[in-house]
Design a binder for this molecule. Sequence first.
Ligand code: ASP
Ligand code: MG
Length: 409
Amino acid sequence: MPLLVQKYGGTSVGTIKRIEAVADKVIGYKNQGNDMVVVVSAMSGETNRLVSLAQDIDSQAKGRELDVLLTTGEQVTIALLAMAFEKRGYPARSYTGGQVRIVTDSAHNKARIKSIDDENIKRDLDAGRIVVVAGFQGIDEDSNITTLGRGGSDTTGVALAAALKADECQIFTDVDGVYTTDPRVEPDARRLNTITFEEMLEMASLGSKVLQTRAVEFAQKYQVPLRVLSSFESGEGTLITTEYEADDIMEQALISGIAFNRDEAQLTINGVADTPGVAYQILGPISDANIEVDMILQNIGADGTTDFTFTVHRNDFDTALASLQKAAGSLEAREVSGNNKIVKISIVGVGMRSHAGIASRMFEVLAKEGINILMISTSEIKISVVVDEKYLELGVRALHEGFDLKQES
Ligand code: ASP
Ligand code: MG
């Protein structure tokens, strides 16, 4: 019998009515002859509510007790959903992470799954039950309750699908799939039928938050076919899969999507000595301050000096600028400057591997709109540009059009 692992997010189980709707939906799949394992999040807003309760006691609340608290959110929804199945005449059983024995390391609030005991679940499935599992939680070797980090229910779903060798892991959420770009910026954005794991990871790291990144990495590692679909509308959603599998089914596009990130800031230090160790002297203190650097650009030196530009998250701009100004003295730099009104726009697609000229097409599209490019970086399946924030919408839309991603209507 095919086995499906389905995960329903917080909005999908946000009210009793919605929990009942999830029960009906799952029963539909069960009646089609599938074994069903269902992973749920806490009711929408519940985890945040619990976090703020904890913060009322200790604004820095973290660690073991926070995990004990936060996991109660999912314990509520598994019980309610299992009851809804039972009421409909479908035997069901709910499990917390610890009861399954989803064993994690002991890194509270951001634990990683080490192993999953599939014995209980398999026994229930064999007995014809629907199994409901609490997302986001596990237990360490010493039976301490742990959580997997915010959004961690996606990872629970994928990990269970991998452990149980499910035919597919289906993530039901409030969007009906992965889009070519954010429909709020480009209303003609199109839902993709398929996307590769690699592309999905690039899109996520660039700010398209449909799935927890770790869940995608997990699915890629264990080759779990992963599908994102809407809890509220019917449809095929988007299948995230390997390039090999996607090749057969994919609409052969060069570019799969356009991602962007609004929270960028750029820093520049001019006229530093073009000698070994300078990059380290500039970026060492930045990384010591726990600031993540994204793009880095060093110019070819002239007259023994060079210029250095890099980008950081906008929240880190002030700290990074202060650190750079401090370094400027000992580096005898000519000038330090910064710009926190920039954004990053990226085109992503495995099609880039086999096609030349994609970068120039991108630059041509931007040039036609009069958009000045401040920085460029490329990887195997991605080209990113940094531009002034006022060009974000225009740039995304022009690229969407320029690479023919629009809805066929
Ligand atoms: N309830 C948890 C959160 O809000 C886990 C999840 O929903 O994936 O982060
Ligand atoms: Mg979630």
